[in-house]
Design a protein around this ligand. Structure first.
Ligand code: DGY
Length: 419
C-alpha cells in the first residue's frame, strides 16, 4: 500500500486497542513505553485527545516507587511471551518489572508546544507532570543510588536495543543456571535471521527469572543483578528529558522540584565524559560490574546530539564517524557501525536502521547546526519508508523492510517528523 498521511493514520487506528496503541498486531500486542511515547506524537498530528490518552494510559502502569514499566499488559494476549505470569509483578494492571528509555517528558513538551487545543494540553500536562517527576526520581533513587549522574540498566530490553552488539560482553557474563522454562513466540511471525538468537533469549529470560525470585526489590536488584551497565541511549534520553522537565516546570509555573531537577542535569552533564569514546567517535556503554568501557559504535551512541551533551570537538568527531558509516551503507543510521565486524545488517538491533532513532539523531544534528547531515538522516528514512512501507526496521543498503509491518512508531515518525 502506498505511503500517505491517510495510510499512516490508518496504521495508528488499526493498532489502537482503545486508548493505547500496540506497536504492531500479534508480535507486540501490549503497550510498550517508548513505542507509545512515539505513537503519541503521531496521534497528535490528527487527534489530540487520543494523543493525550496514550500518555495517560502509560501513567496507569506506574509503580508506587515511580518506575514506569516497559510493558503494560492491559488485556492478556497469548500471542506474546513473556506475558504477565512470567514477570510475576504485583501491579494492577499487570506490567513488566523493568523500564525503557524515558522519552515522555521530551514528548510531552513537544506536544504542549505544537498543540491546537491549549486548554486540554495544559490540563493534561499538569496531570502528567508529577507522574514524570516521580519517574525521573525513580531512575536516580533506584538506578544511581551513589549519585554519579549516570543511571544503570539491568536488562538489554531496558535499552530498547535488545540484541545490540553493545551487550555481547556483559551478556556473556549472565548465568543461565536460574531459568524457568519459557516459550518464544516472536519467531512464529518473523524470520529467525531478523530476531535475537536463542542464546540471547536464554539470558533475557534468566534475568527475568532471577529478578522475579528477588521479588523485584530495587535494593536487591541493585546489589545482585548480573547485568549492570551504563547505557548511552538511556542516559542520553534521560538527560534530554530532565532538561525538558525543567522547561515544563517553568512553563507550568511549578517551583517545587526545580532545584532537584537542576541537580540531575548538572551531575549528568559532567558524568557523560565517562562514556565518550574518541576511537569510536560516539558515546559507548560502561559495564559497571567490570568497570570496562564497551568499545563499539552504535546509533544509540550517536544520541549525544539529542542529549545536548557533546562539546564542539566531540560533535565534530561524531559527524565524521556518521559520515564514514554513511559511505559504508546506503542509508543512515545503521544501529551498529558498518565498519565493525559485529555488524549484521538484517538482525534487529545489530545493523538495521530504526525510525525513532533516526528521528532523535536528526533532531539533535539540526539543533547542533549540522543541517546537511540532519537532512540526510531524515531523507534516508523517507526513502526507506517509501520503498517498502511502515516497517519496524530496514536493511541499511538494500532498503528491504524487516521485522513487523504496519508498525506504529514508523507511522508516527512519518506523520510528525517526515511528511
Ligand atoms: C521483545 O519482545 O522483543 C521486546 O523488545 C521486549 O521488550
Amino acid at each position: 500500500s502506498s505511503v500517505t498521511r491517510e495510510n499512516a493514520q490508518r496504521v495508528l487506528r488499526d493498532n489502537d486497542r482503545g486508548g493505547y496503541t500496540v506497536p504492531t498486531a500479534r508480535l507486540y500486542p501490549y503497550q510498550w513505553l517508548w513505542d507509545s511515547g512515539f505513537s503519541a506524537l503521531g496521534w497528535q498530528t490528527f487527534n489530540e485527545p487520543r494523543a493525550w490518552e496514550e500518555l495517560r494510559r502509560l501513567a496507569t502502569g506506574q509503580w508506587p516507587d515511580g518506575m514506569i514499566p516497559h510493558i503494560i499488559f492491559h488485556k492478556v494476549d497469548p500471542n506474546y511471551s513473556p506475558g504477565p505470569g512470567a514477570w510475576g509483578t504485583s501491579h494492577q494492571p499487570p506490567t513488566s518489572g523493568i523500564s525503557q528509555p524515558p522519552v515522555l517528558a521530551t514528548h510531552l513538551r513537544w506536544m504542549l508546544e505544537c498543540t491546537c487545543d491549549q486548554a486540554l494540553a495544559e490540563k493534561t500536562a499538569r496531570e502528567l507532570y508529577p507522574v514524570l517527576v516521580r519517574a525521573h526520581r525513580w531512575w536516580r533513587a533506584a538506578r544511581d543510588p551513589e549519585r554519579t549522574g549516570l543511571v544503570a540498566i539491568y536488562h538489554p530490553w531496558e535499552s530498547g536495543m535488545d540484541n545490540s552488539a553493545m551487550w555481547d560482553t556483559p551478556m556473556a557474563n549472565v548465568p543461565t543456571d536460574i531459568l524457568d522454562p519459557y516459550e518464544r513466540r516472536d519467531t512464529a511471525y518473523i524470520a529467525v535471521d531478523q530476531r535475537p538468537q536463542k542464546s540471547d533469549y536464554d539470558r533475557y529470560m534468566a534475568l527475568v527469572t532471577r529478578f522475579k525470585r528477588a521479588g523485584w526489590d530495587p535494593e536487591v536488584l541493585w546489589a545482585e543483578t548480573p547485568f549492570k551497565v551504563l547505557d548511552p541511549t538511556t542516559n542520553c534520553v534521560l538527560h534530554r528529558a530532565d532538561r525538558d522537565l525543567l522547561a515544563l516546570s517553568d512553563q507550568l509555573g511549578i517551583e517545587n522540584d526545580r532545584a532537584e531537577i537542576e541537580g540531575w542535569i548538572a551531575r549528568g552533564r559532567t558524568a557523560f565524559s565517562r562514556l565518550w569514546s574518541e576511537t569510536q567517535g560516539c558515546y559507548v556503554p560502561l559495564d559497571m560490574l567490570t568497570g570496562e568501557k564497551i568499545e563499539i559504535g552504535t546509533s544509540g551512541g550517536m544520541l549525544g546530539f539529542y542529549a545536548g551533551v557533546a562539546d564542539d570537538a566531540q560533535a565534530k568527531r561524531m559527524v565524521q564517524a556518521l559520515e564514514e558509516w554513511g559511505r559504508a551503507v546506503r542509508y543512515l543510521v545503521p544501529s551498529t557501525s558498518p565498519l565493525d565486524l559485529r555488524f549484521e545488517p538484517r538482525r534487529y538491533w545489530r545493523g538495521p536502521v530504526w525510525p525513532n532513532v533516526n528521528w532523535m539523531i536528526g533532531v539533535g544534528l539540526a539543533e547542533y547546526g549540522f543541517s546537511d547531515l540532519a537532512r540526510r538522516v531524515r531523507e534516508d528514512l523517507r526513502s526507506l519508508i517509501q520503498s517498502s512501507g511502515f516497517y519496524e526496521y530496514w536493511e541499511p543498503t538494500t532498503s528491504e523492510g524487516l521485522g513487523g509491518a504496519h508498525f506504529s512508531w514508523t507511522a508516527a515518525t512519518w506523520l510528525a517528523w517526515i511528511d
